[in-house]
Design a protein around this ligand. Sequence first.
Ligand SMILES: Cc1cc2nc3c(=O)[nH]c(=O)nc-3n(C[C@H](O)[C@H](O)[C@H](O)COP(=O)(O)OP(=O)(O)OC[C@H]3O[C@@H](n4cnc5c(N)ncnc54)[C@H](O)[C@@H]3O)c2cc1C
Length: 367
Amino acid sequence: MKSAGRILVVGGGALGMLSALMLATAGESVAVLEAGEAGRESSWAGGGIVSPLYPWRYSAAVTALAHWSQDFYPGFGQRLLAQTGLDPEVHVTGLHWLDLDDEAEALSWAEREGRDLHSVDIASVYRQVPVLGAGFARAIHLPGVANVRNPRLVKALRAALAAMPNVEIREHCPVTGFIREDGRIRGVTTGTESIRAERVVLAAGAWSGELLKTLGLELPVEPVKGQMILYKCAEDFLPSMVLAKGRYAIPRRDGHILVGSTLEYAGFDKTPTDTALESLKASAEELLPALAGAQVVGHWAGLRPGSPEGIPFIGELPSHPGLWLNCGHFRNGLVLAPASCQLLVDLMQGGELIIDPAPYAPGNRLG
Ligand SMILES: Cc1cc2nc3c(=O)[nH]c(=O)nc-3n(C[C@H](O)[C@H](O)[C@H](O)COP(=O)(O)OP(=O)(O)OC[C@H]3O[C@@H](n4cnc5c(N)ncnc54)[C@H](O)[C@@H]3O)c2cc1C
């Protein structure tokens, strides 16, 4: 169903670009306004695990989005590859959690949710992952979990958008505020111009709260810095993602291994630090001792859009009709993106909804 008038999407991260792609596929005319270059912030910097790190510790609201998206990713990766020639590399490796304190909670969550998460004999883990560090005593395993290669996903999204006749991508176009007339949002302002539109979608990641301040609104979305390091190993070095004590190792298909991540409240500063480098290296070597002899080939930081309980804001702001939010995905923006963007499109077009939108509705959740 196509509705009249163009839609502006503010922010060209995974959430903004996938919102634009789904809106444009549904027949809407869309412009993505990106302050820098599309897909160079958190969506580039993340690990791309297609699961929350500890899914059982999240609310039903996060679980509902995650489960819908997990089923969507493999086909989505193939469609993007076919459309653009760029492969987001959805890599199904499974995930082993080691020596968890709340293993019983994890297992009862899995039973309730019908997920194939189960305890595994530690000897069989060492057989499957021979490079795993010594001394772990217990493990649980979720076989079907994938990771997606962030830089390639965002490149593929950008290319898919660029090929659509009803999409415009404007980079180096920082939005500074909103046009408000007769109580409605009618577009945005940039440093140099006013851009009018029927509707605006705010998907500016960690910066979303700053932009809403220009309307006198308090959106509880704040930057949460995450640092990550990268190694390059043989392709078959690590056959499964592994996670212990809050730190994880993610194998890409070509043998790159990402180890993350820190969780730092440091404003909008995203400078990588030596302290984090040392701490991440120590975690990497505890998980996979062979990495002690390997070189760190990358070290970076990104700013997650932190939100209360990691529940994103999806929907129209009742106090500001015409302004829609799709932001605040915190540690799970990649895994939650497909369901969040589909829900946004269904809400904007008045279609049948994939899940109950109430937990994400911005109405009651702003300060
Ligand atoms: C180290 C790390 C590890 C992570 N690991 C995972 C993981 O394994 N799995 C997972 O699901 N998630 C993970 N995440 C979280 C995930 O990356 C984020 O939740 C997700 O990328 C957020 O996407 P976004 O599009 O909202 O934000 P971003 O990707 O940050 O995009 C927002 C965009 O808005 C633009 N923008 C900002 N202000 C303006 C403005 N005024 N005008 C125009 N444009 C503007 C920015 O330039 C940016 O490009 C991780 C994050 C980090 C940092």
